[in-house]
Structures are given as C-alpha cells and as structure tokens.
Design a protein around this ligand. Structure first.
Ligand code: ATP
Ligand code: MG
Length: 174
C-alpha cells in the first residue's frame, strides 16, 4: 500500500483545506517548531481509525478540531482524507470527519463505513494506526525511559497488530 494523497480541513493547526501529494519513496516533513509536522502525522493516524484522543495529544476527540486563535474563530468540524494505491486492489479513499459534539463518521470510496472498516483497510503490511512503522515524537525516548511494566504495555500494544491481521482474515472469510 502506498499513500498517494492526503487532504486536511480544520484538523488541529490545518485550518484551511490543504492537499498534499505523496510521491513514491521516502517522504520527509520539515519545518520550524510548532509548524504542524506532528499534527500532520496525527491527522494520518486519525483518518486510519485511531481511537485514542490521548495518543493524539488531546483529552477528547473534539480536540482534533481547530480550536481557534486570536485572529480566527474555532471550526465546527475536521476532515481528513487519505487516498492510497494498492498493489493487488483498486485505489481506496478513506475519509474521516468529526463534527463538534457529534462524533466521527467514515466514508470509504464515497460510501458510509465504520471505524472498523477503515482500520481493516490499513491493518495490512504494518500500516495500521498503531503500527511500528509510525513512530510518534518522543516515543523512542519513552521506550528507553519506561519502567518494565510500562515497556510490557508497549509491547502488548505492538502485539495488537497481530490481532488485527487475524480479524482481517476473519473478515475476508465471512
Ligand atoms: P516540533 O518541531 O516542536 O515537534 P511540530 O511541527 O511537530 O513541532 P505540532 O506539534 O504539529 O508542531 O503543532 C503544534 C501547533 O499546533 C501548536 O501551535 C498548537 O497550538 C497547534 N494546535 C494543536 N492542536 C490544535 C487545535 N485543536 N487547534 C488549533 N491549533 C492547534
Ligand atoms: Mg512535532
């Protein structure tokens, strides 16, 4: 699976609609502190079905919606779209949208879908939202500094990927 395009609107510091093309090969995101690099990675993980507000540096899911600044009012919704190309299947577009106070909804290739459906699409090839392929800022230091019990919890989280693979196989059989 290859991510080809990401579109964001109202997600954290991405107030106005932004469209990013992702070319084959390694992609780097560079910029000054606070410009939104981590927010971009969080937007991708969120659209992939991330269910934990805390792992997106928020207290509640609505915290991903642009909260307003001195010069711009807050937004009422956030939306992120990922267009991915697949080796053995058609291209797929996954869109997640959240309305303030009303929760999230997903669309896959234009049709209503569940969080689970979005998660299963990315469960493949170590690309899931909790995949070790996506390492959040501070995470490496956190692994090194963790107490044994915390490190065990991290390993169990990583092992959750195996479960996701199993559920995907089940879904394909059904
Ligand atoms: P660093 O290089 O320090 O890691 P970064 O490029 O990763 O920086 P981010 O953490 O992505 O920066 O962006 C931080 C900015 O995003 C802060 O200015 C913060 O106020 C803003 N931000 C986060 N959530 C929201 C929100 N819901 N509404 C508006 N702005 C937000
Ligand atoms: Mg950062």
């Amino acid at each position: 699976m290859q991510f080809a395009r990401v579109k964001l609107t109202g997600f954290k510091s991405f107030i106005d609609p932004v469209e990013l093309r992702i070319l084959p090969g390694l992609t780097g995101v560079v910029g000054p502190n606070g410009c939104g690099k981590s927010n971009l990675l969080e937007a991708i993980r969120w659209a992939m079905g991330e269910g934990s507000a805390k792992s997106l540096r928020g207290a509640a899911m609505d915290d991903v919606i642009f909260a307003g600044t001195a010069t711009r009012p807050q937004r009422q919704f956030a939306e992120v779209s990922i267009l991915a190309t697949r080796d053995d299947d058609d291209d797929v577009e996954v869109v997640r949208r959240i309305e303030r106070g009303a929760g999230s909804a997903y669309r896959i290739n234009g049709r209503d879908a569940r969080a689970r459906d979005a998660q299963l699409i990315f469960a493949d090839a170590a690309t899931g939202a909790h995949s070790p392929a996506l390492v959040s800022q501070g995470r490496i230091g956190a692994v090194i500094a963790a107490k044994p019990a915390e490190r065990r919890a991290m390993l169990e989280e990583a092992a959750g990927i195996a479960g996701l693979h199993v559920r995907r196989r089940e879904a394909e059989i059904r």
